[in-house]
Ligand binder design. Sequence first.
Ligand code: FPP
Length: 247
Amino acid sequence: MAAVPTPEAAPRPRHVAIIMDGNGRWARARSRPRSFGHREGVEALRRAVEAAGELGVPYLTVFGFSTENWRRPPDEVNALLELLRLYVDRDLERLASEGVRVRVIGARDNLNPDILEMIERAERRTAQNTALNLTIAFNYGGQQEITRAAKKLAGDVAGGRLKLEDVSPDVFAGYLDTRDLPAPDIVIRTSGELRLSNFLLWQAAYSELVFLDVLWPDFDRAAMERAIAEFTRRDRRYGGIGGEASS
Ligand code: FPP
């Protein structure tokens, strides 16, 4: 059985995941178009990556574009896709030279070939890096990811490559897009909304949820430090008794 970490063993987060919310409200407060908020959101993403490096957090995962985001007006969808392209074009070489490994999780089957090519290029270029693992959830939905994993697993059982009695949570996790990542210790959501919105549904089973009252474009290292401090204060019991109650 996989060892259950004790609260004492997990004082520092290894993996911080972020729902970057509030770009639209940030722009509206300044009477600017929503795309302006998303552009500033990219700056906040740069600050978050830098803060993760400085604070010794080796895994950072961000929700860049959800499967539901396709429902936004075409102009906004295009602006978001363009920002991802700009981010990769402008930052890939710097991220690569700083030892950042870029991964993208989410569905790939319905993506434009140029976006797919860009994603694969970013992953290939940084595949040997180990200093910081930046994962961008793009065209991502937790329920869709779990469904994809279940279909693949069912195919392996039907094809005789996996025995039904060998299926366990650990085996199932190996079919998820996040198979190479530890579970997030913290899921942060900015902007004061209190929802997971289909983000890392399986992986967040034991994550501490931290809701910050800042809009994403205002996110900075101090906000990341507040979230980590909140995590460190909480007593993580993983279903056991834990903490002082166990002594
Ligand atoms: C939520 O704000 C944010 C998003 C839908 C996308 C986040 C995208 C970025 C930070 C841009 C960079 C993206 C990539 C992939 C590099 P919202 O528009 O829902 O804000 P609102 O709730 O205030 O309307």
